[in-house]
Design a protein around this ligand. Structure first.
Ligand SMILES: Cc1cc2nc3c(=O)[nH]c(=O)nc-3n(C[C@H](O)[C@H](O)[C@H](O)COP(=O)(O)O)c2cc1C
Length: 184
């Protein structure tokens, strides 16, 4: 698949087929994803691969518990069908105070690599700035030590849905500097 097709074709999936995704396939995706850039090349990533159905159900319950009011119509049902989920974490001691950025880069690489292999994902946050409880509960569920921060979660599997059409807005480009006079 051409790189442009990977970029334009990737879409989130929230319902998955029951087909398994092997450990070999997951490991291959992770080996690709860790080519992502990281602050001072710290490569601080750790990945919790979760297949246990009761843990996946608990993860859904945690996500729903901390769901902001504006998203209450979108429960975390993706965990019911996903054969697995990956919790993307960073070791703060090698993150150079850039844990969030480091984690999000590797997460997006992982999403694109998955799509290129016919798999789908959907980005979910493991941190919610208004309530540290989300991150704490995820830590507890997977016994994540204090110096490791979970940042994002990717349910992963073969999609069992056709995504609705997405209109991609053209980039809003500012040449050199904003001209506040012109935008009045
Ligand atoms: C920071 C962030 C948080 C997101 N949180 C959720 C979420 O809680 N639930 C969900 O179903 N999708 C979530 N998504 C997925 C977006 O809804 C999705 O990427 C967006 O609608 C664009 O669709 P696409 O991924 O198919 O291009 C999140 C995406 C991002 C980047």
């Amino acid at each position: 698949m051409l790189f442009d097709e990977v970029i334009t074709g990737r879409r989130s999936a929230r319902r998955f087929r029951s087909a398994d995704v092997s450990d070999e396939l997951v490991d291959g995706l992770l080996r690709l994803a860790v080519n992502a850039p990281s602050s001072m090349n710290g490569q601080p990533w750790e990945f919790v691969v979760v297949r246990d159905r009761s843990k996946l159900a608990e993860l859904a319950a945690i996500k729903d518990r901390y769901c902001p009011p504006s998203k209450k119509n979108f429960p975390a049902t993706m965990f019911e069908t996903a054969p697995l989920a990956i919790v993307i974490c960073v070791d703060e001691s090698s993150s150079n105070e850039r844990g969030l950025e480091n984690a999000i880069f590797v997460t997006s690489y992982l999403m694109l690599a998955a799509y290129e292999r016919g798999l789908s994902t959907v980005y979910l946050s493991a941190q919610y700035h208004r309530d540290p409880g989300l991150c704490q509960d995820i830590r507890q569920l997977f016994r994540i030590p204090d110096h490791i921060s979970p940042v994002s979660i990717l349910p992963l599997g073969y999609p069992d849905e056709t995504p609705p059409e997405k209109i991609v807005r053209p980039p809003r480009v500012i040449r050199e500097e904003y001209n506040l006079e012109r935008s009045k």
